[in-house]
Design a protein. Sequence first.
Lengths: 322, 322
Amino acid sequence: MENIIEVVAGIDIGGTNTKFGLVDKKGNCYCEGSVPTNSDRNIENFVNELSKLIKENLTSQPDLQLKGIGIGVPNGNYYKGTIEHAANLKWKGIVPLAKLFKSHFEVPVALTNDANAAAIGEMVYGGARFMKDFIVITLGTGLGSGLVSNGKLIYGHDGFAGELGHTIVRHNGRQCGCGRRGCLETYASATGIRRTVFEILSESMENSPLRDISFNELTSDKIAEAATKGDVIAKEAFEYTGELLGQKLADSVAHTSPEAIFLFGGLAKAGDLILKPTQQSLEKHLLPIYRNKIKVLLSEMGEINAAILGAGALIWKEIEQN
Amino acid sequence: MENIIEVVAGIDIGGTNTKFGLVDKKGNCYCEGSVPTNSDRNIENFVNELSKLIKENLTSQPDLQLKGIGIGVPNGNYYKGTIEHAANLKWKGIVPLAKLFKSHFEVPVALTNDANAAAIGEMVYGGARFMKDFIVITLGTGLGSGLVSNGKLIYGHDGFAGELGHTIVRHNGRQCGCGRRGCLETYASATGIRRTVFEILSESMENSPLRDISFNELTSDKIAEAATKGDVIAKEAFEYTGELLGQKLADSVAHTSPEAIFLFGGLAKAGDLILKPTQQSLEKHLLPIYRNKIKVLLSEMGEINAAILGAGALIWKEIEQN
């Protein structure tokens, strides 16, 4: 009799592509694949296609036994298993995603938003393995966050807790996609730092290679590259981004007093360029009782598998608790 | 054989007085008393005196059986059972309060800060009885807060979570006792609204009975009284206080997404004067996904017993969980 390996399916639904993998409890990945998210098919067909691929992978590796399905998706409601009014997905209104997957598989299904999945991934497989109180900040196009307290993710009453990207860092500040002004993600995100570069370019006389790049062509990678080569504008943009992020994280510390704050995602790839000014600013802005206690760290989850592992970790946690 | 009534001692240590009571699981109080906090005796003698009083009450009511001791105290560290560097108490440094009580009583002892005790009181005896995610804001001399998520108080890594009074509502705003600027409690508290009255008096030409009262004589009760009589300055001060409190609570909602936020303490006694502008401002400043979901309510704990009941509820919760 062969050895059975228990796995879960981790699914990460992004605006453009959906990635999936079969993951065991230790984080070993037995297959990976992806399908486009935004093609013409409706949600039922999308789930059908994805389910078929997962089943094919399970059939070709008969020692794998599926125990559950975990999904990270924008505006994922953990309590209801639904996607609710996700601006970046074409399926509008309230989508009963967990229910749709359950019609294909007789295993538990859980979903949450991508930043919460990243936080659970960090707790199960990453740098927060021995922590009960921490925050994960994802610095991508926007700023996402997952808060863990007493060893549990904070979902809140409605399942939508942890939107630190939409806390206000500057009263009447930059315009935000949410319709308000001064949200943290308008400063601290891959998009935010581009806006900051353009603000500094407008104010400063300093020469810079960034003056040859349009707003739409500019990326946080290009800003990081310029900063590494010593460009003054790019370096100042990282300083300012870390300054505002640290300032606002001091408020978050006053809420949940975490052991550590992890930075993850595109902008976090810049490493010390973003980490150092964030650490310094946080420390400077903390209420005295919190000083010299809170670590700001780079996520230990690799970029490639993190989303799949995070979604997988979500459902492993569920299985463990039941 | 007579009926045994199980009770806990609820102790509320304030800067001036320490109140205590014996409380059963339903919140019935079998005795109450108080001793001065700030007399000349050291901490050992303070605990001796208080323990003696509790024992006398237990002896005189032999049907009462003591099951535990719960304490609300400024800078109380739940994890360690200590008071740590409390600015308003004369016992300096780190005081092993739980240990001292345990030398007098062979029952479990738990302590936390007064706002956390208020939150647990609200959960056990008050308006949050059927809630798992809520926030209690205490509007006294300062602004305290207790956050409950997944049915548990958020203590944080170090035991000091929930200092919303020291989140920043105005960058470079009013000077705060903590050494920083713009903290929420410099606006939203009994002291904050006095500062606001004086700011408005300085800017406005409006006549007001508040012009006859010195800063040190002014109280939030007097401001509420003036507002009730139609004084424009006093009404504007409440509007502004609620506006800033609601603005900042929108940030807190983006952290823990509570079902309700309860207002408690001296300033909350003003009722609708503070409640209405806070509700309106919160709703206006919320991220769209949170709108029309979050209740802002007055605490259902009476002023008189709330602190004792809260401290009692803290230890009842502990006993329940073990």
